[in-house]
Design a protein around this ligand. Structure first.
Ligand code: NAD
Ligand code: AHE
Ligand code: ZN
Length: 368
């Protein structure tokens, strides 16, 4: 079939909306009509050329929601008409990662996914007979896409696609880091570095579990009002304080119980670790840093009881946890609507990237 898609032909250039060819689902695969997709900073990161796994030409996008249109041989858990959210972290429920209680990082198809192809090693997308690569196993910047069955969470049919697409990455990444990974206790102090599409979800996750102080750190003072609405109790602008770590130690009586880095800046990652409380503070890296970047600190920071951790997709097991997060939204337990600041047609997708780079959006959502 033919489908409209925004193609990244090479790093550092805008996406081009063209009609591409899409082959139908093979064994264990599912054809999905994407109804809406968010634009995450990670899409911009890969498009910039900083992603060591970035390969082109590719169809980016990994934060979508849609409807199953066709299933390949052997697919049992899904049927045409089902509403689904694509999962860049799949859940096969069989690999040694899925069977381990301490991780959500299913590895059953990770290698081919990183190469931009389906598990059998080939791409379903092409243009003029030449293959175009998949991205993060999702490629939600295409109106129709093909995914493995294990990379789709079936969700309730009364949930609006244009809102729940954000659960495909940002919402789950932020709230999940608090709830599933850090397991933040009521009354804890939490610091969130970067108040964008991920950080604001960390903030609402912290409020949801009853954290005490919730400190937001951002260079953009324009993020303050929305962060307060989502539960931030204190704001630190690094350009207004001499030393960010000391400012947080002062606000928390010696250091934070938990910190989350939601930027992808290795210098900020160090601050996020060092602002944690001696003896027990835990720092979680969520932000994705470019090729060649490395983190550093004095080992004494760890010897004295701070822990440095990291998390992908909020520690969520997608097929199990994503339907629950959709319920949280539908029951009014979490706020997604106020974080979706812009909606755009596919033809204007590059404007969504511009808004992100200018710091004017939280999430832009493309509606097909
Ligand atoms: P975003 O652009 O919406 O937000 C980033 C925020 O950081 C902005 O508010 C910006 O003003 C602020 N900022 C930038 N530099 C800063 C600095 N030096 N000090 C303080 N604030 C600063 O991005 P996003 O969509 O929220 O994504 C954030 C990061 O998380 C990205 O690196 C993205 O790739 C990553 N990410 C990781 C996962 C995961 O599973 N680990 C999932 C999604 C996104
Ligand atoms: N490809 C990059 C790493 C990118 C990365 O860390 N991606 C996160 C999700 S970001 C979503 O917006 C992730 O899932 N990581 C775990 C994994 O298996 O990729 C690189 O550095 O090579
Ligand atoms: Zn993302």
């Amino acid at each position: 079939m033919k489908t409209r898609a925004a193609v990244a032909f090479k790093a550092g250039t805008p996406l081009e909306v063209v009609e591409v060819d899409l082959e139908g689902p093979r064994a264990g695969e599912v054809l999905v009509e994407i109804m809406a997709t968010g634009i995450c900073h990670t899409d911009a990161f890969t498009l910039s050329g900083d992603d060591p796994e970035g390969a082109f030409p590719a169809i980016l996008g990994h934060e979508g929601a849609g409807i199953v249109r066709e299933v390949g041989p052997g697919v049992k858990s899904l049927k045409p008409g089902d509403h689904v959210i694509p999962l860049y972290t799949p859940e096969c429920r069989e690999c040694n990662f899925c069977l381990h209680p301490k991780t959500n990082l299913c590895q059953s198809i990770r290698e081919t996914q990183g190469q931009g192809v389906m598990p059998d090693g080939s791409s379903r997308f092409s243009l003029d007979g030449k293959p175009i690569l998949h991205y993060m196993g999702c490629s939600t910047f295409s109106n129709f896409t093909v995914l493995p069955e294990i990379a789709l969470a079936k969700v309730r049919e009364d949930a609006p696609f244009e809102k729940i697409c954000y659960i495909g990455c940002g919402v789950t990444t932020g709230i999940g880091a608090v709830v599933y990974s850090a397991k933040v206790e009521p009354g804890s102090s939490v610091v969130v570095f970067g108040l964008g599409g991920i950080g604001l979800n960390v903030i609402q996750g912290a409020r949801m579990v009853g954290a005490g102080k919730i400190i937001g750190v951002d260079l953009n003072p324009g993020k303050r009002v929305l962060a307060e609405k989502f539960g931030m109790t204190d704001f630190v602008n690094p350009s207004e304080v001499g030393n960010v770590v000391e400012a947080i130690q002062d606000l928390t009586g010696g250091g934070a119980d938990y910190s989350f880095e939601c930027i992808g800046n290795v210098n900020v990652m160090r601050q996020a670790l060092e602002c944690c409380h001696k003896g027990w503070g835990e720092s979680y890296i969520i932000g994705v840093a470019g090729a060649g970047q490395e983190i550093s600190t004095r080992p004494f920071q760890l010897v004295t009881g701070r822990s440095w951790k990291g998390v992908a997709f909020g520690g969520a097991r997608g097929r199990t946890d994503v339907p629950t997060i959709v319920d949280w939204y539908m029951d009014g337990k979490i706020n997604i609507d106020d974080l979706i600041t812009h909606t755009l047609p596919l033809d204007e997708i590059n404007q969504g990237f511009d808004l992100m780079h200018k710091g004017e959006s939280i999430r832009s959502v493309v509606l097909y």
